[in-house]
Design a protein around this ligand. Structure first.
Ligand SMILES: [Zn+2]
Length: 129
């Protein structure tokens, strides 16, 4: 008589979707999710974006094209052309005076400026338009 030992994955597909996020550490605006599988612990590091043209509208890890250091960009917002245009349109359509102030309060209409925290160089501006 032979004995068989069968090991089954307990109903779940492997792959990142099947992994349970056990810990989510937030550090300097980034989420570092930790996953457990058995006795192993995985953690996925935030992606380093090497092409500054691909920088998102929030702080991201990249290589500074000026000082060549790996940095997390400092972001700030400023009212960009989109905000001014929305303001202009609301004036043209004779909205109530308060309307033209609203675009300046909306981050979505603002340009996002990425700067290097090390050398203070201006890396990229993400324009709304
Ligand atoms: Zn730099």
């Amino acid at each position: 008589m032979t004995h068989h030992l069968n090991i089954f994955m307990s109903g779940k597909n492997l792959g990142l979707n099947g992994l349970k996020c056990v810990l989510n550490i937030k550090l300097r605006g980034f989420h570092y999710p930790f996953y457990s599988y058995g006795s192993c612990l995985f953690f996925s590091a935030p992606q380093v974006i090497l092409d500054v043209e691909q920088l998102p509208r929030h702080s991201a890890r990249t290589q500074c094209p000026f000082c060549r250091q790996y940095i997390t960009t400092d972001v700030s917002t400023k009212a960009g052309s989109a905000a001014y245009i929305v303001c202009l349109i609301s004036i043209l359509f004779c909205c109530i005076a308060g309307c033209c102030v609203i675009p300046f309060c909306m981050d979505r209409c603002k340009d996002v400026v990425h700067k290097c925290p090390k050398c203070r160089s201006h890396i990229k501006t993400c324009k709304k338009l």
